[in-house]
Ligand binder design. Structure first.
Ligand code: C5P
Length: 322
């Protein structure tokens, strides 16, 4: 796949995609399901490209990491609001020294990264990504699992009955309207996140389970768009980027694995499934290509680390002043 080059090129654009994928991305760029209203800020239009450290500061200063609490309207009026954790996730867990974020990419297969991943103080995984049977490549520790509302709702994932989800802290999210108004979102979720949340909590009342405030999705989306020349898909960022930024607020250093593909790059979608599609690595619905450009720009590690380990090093927000 020539589109990926040796390691991720931070100037990747949709023009470097194959014909089919380019068409899919263009279709999503034209759609506006969530009512995104965007005009490039004057400051962004005037300045030249931000450096990595400037970008890190911009994200630290403008993306608020928040989870739903029982006092927030309209939830405060519902009996089940008491199932929500009373405090913010950032008040309850961490800070951790070292964290690993394990993308679910097919290139983790045969990576042998399991031991290195497990040596971190906290490990984040996504959606239905298993560890059992894959320990050698992805490790066995799960501290936080970030899941989307589709995984919570679709029969295929057995969210309520599988023990895949019972390790660690759960954090869920759902693509909300751009307004991020909680009442508007409550009436217009993509999938029935709140119904499934209540059911899961009744079955597993002891497991910590947070719901991301949807403002975060769109604040992060704006950072991506502000820093790209092209028009990006008007859909929320992928779980991978949301989780990475969440971990940057909980950890001193974050190592992200196979988000930027290593020399093992493959069209295999996930290390745990047979399905192949370049869209999994390059994005279709999510502005994943542009997310990867930003992560490449913020990376403090070497290209060699990317090439051999698919590894990116990002500093936690607590470790730098802006
Ligand atoms: O597919 P899923 O969303 O569960 O994967 C978790 C995250 O890993 C994605 O949101 C994406 O950021 C990243 N990923 C990737 N390349 C792949 C598969 C997943 O970058 N081939």
């Amino acid at each position: 796949n020539g589109a990926l080059g040796k390691v991720w090129n931070e100037e990747m654009s949709s023009s470097m995609l194959g014909k089919r994928l380019r068409k899919v991305v263009q279709n999503y760029q034209a759609m506006n399901k969530y009512g995104v209203r965007y005009s490039r800020p004057e400051s962004a239009a005037r300045r030249s490209k931000l450096s990595g450290p400037e970008l890190l500061c911009q994200i630290k200063n403008t993306v608020q990491i928040a989870t739903l609490t029982p006092d927030m309207e309209p939830f405060s009026g519902f009996p089940w609001a008491s199932q929500l954790p009373p405090q913010q996730i950032t008040a309850n867990i961490g800070p951790f020294k070292t964290c690993a974020v394990v993308s679910s990419a097919g290139s983790l297969k045969n990576s042998g990264l399991g031991k290195e991943i497990d040596e971190h103080d906290a490990v984040m995984r996504f959606n239905a990504a298993p560890t059992t049977g894959f320990e050698k490549d992805v490790g066995s520790k799960t501290t936080v699992r970030l899941i989307n509302s589709q995984v919570m709702s679709s029969e295929d994932y057995h969210f309520l009955s599988s023990n895949l989800y019972s390790a660690g802290i759960l954090v869920s999210w759902d693509p909300a309207p751009f307004s991020s108004d909680l009442r508007e979102w409550f009436n217009k979720t993509d999938y029935p996140i709140f119904k499934q949340y209540q059911r899961y909590r009744r079955l597993h009342p002891q497991q910590p389970f947070y719901i991301l405030h949807p403002r975060m999705e769109w604040q992060l989306w704006q950072r991506i768009q502000d820093n790209m020349v092209e028009t990006i898909q008007k859909n929320p960022p992928s779980s991978g980027l949301l989780g990475t930024v969440l971990m940057m607020s909980l950890c001193e250093v974050v190592h992200v694995y196979e988000f930027l593909p290593s020399r093992r790059k493959t069209e295999l979608c996930h290390y745990y499934q047979r399905f192949s599609d370049a869209a999994c690595t390059l994005g279709a619905y999510h502005p994943l290509l542009y997310e990867k450009n930003l992560v490449k720009r913020m990376n403090k590690g070497s290209d060699h680390d990317i090439y051999t380990h698919g590894k990116v090093t990002l500093p936690g927000f607590m470790t730098f002043d802006c």
